[in-house]
Design a protein around this ligand. Structure first.
Ligand code: ZN
Ligand code: ZN
Length: 221
């Protein structure tokens, strides 16, 4: 859409608003025009002189019906020159609008670029942090695996020792049983020997009356 801006503060000029045009084809809102005129500064765009004599009050996008008779009474040469000046002014303003839009886009692009860069840096830092954590986790896992292997070896050694101890206990139990059996046999042998000794003593000493066995045999003849 065709529109015009103040060439100093970039404010968009509403249709029918009154502004100041300089002979260098630059346009100013009333506030900026007042500032430039009071400061005696040159045109902020082209540095051309700006004085009260080379500026003109213009109405932006004026209704064509108002302008219809404004050039009446002029020669075709003057009318053509006037139209040419108007077209040149319009072209200059359109060119400035394009530049303004381009600058705005460039600023936006630069801002977005720096935001993207910051975001990318943030993502990169996140990636590095995740990588570091992953490496730490892998190291931790390896440590745990080494502990598991060591414990497993110890468990196998202990199992082997337990089996050996169980075998030793079993052998001792067996030995104990053998000793008990031998003891019983020895006791039985000793008892039998004692009985035999008693009988022998009884036979060799008949005067020992009262012996139950001798009494049972009766008196000797
Ligand atoms: Zn302005
Ligand atoms: Zn200028």
């Amino acid at each position: 859409m065709e529109h015009m801006r103040c060439n100093k503060c970039a404010a968009q000029m509403a249709a029918q608003s009154v502004c100041i045009a300089a002979s260098c084809n630059h346009l100013f809102c009333p506030t900026c025009a007042k500032d430039v005129l009071e400061s005696d500064d040159p045109c902020p765009l082209c540095e051309g002189p700006i004085t009260r004599s080379n500026i003109k009050q213009v109405t932006i996008m004026q209704n064509s019906s108002v302008l219809q008779l404004s050039l009446c009474g002029q020669t075709p040469h003057t009318i053509m020159e006037s139209a040419l000046a108007g077209i040149k002014f319009f072209c200059e303003q359109q060119k400035l609008n394009v530049q303004f839009d381009h600058n705005q886009l460039s600023k936006k692009f630069t801002r977005m670029q720096s935001q993207c860069k910051a975001k990318l840096e943030q993502v990169h830092q996140g990636y590095l942090q995740a990588k570091r954590r992953y490496q730490e986790t892998v190291q931790e896992k390896n440590g745990i695996q080494a502990d598991i292997n060591e414990l497993s070896q110890k468990y196998q050694q202990k199992s082997l020792q337990t089996r050996k101890l169980q075998e030793m206990v079993k052998a001792l139990q067996q030995e104990n049983e053998d000793l008990k059996r031998r003891f019983r046999v020895a006791v039985a042998g000793a008892l039998a020997l004692a009985v035999a000794c008693t009988q022998l003593a009884a036979c060799s000493c008949p005067q020992q009356a009262g012996s139950p066995r001798l009494l049972a045999q009766g008196p000797r003849r």
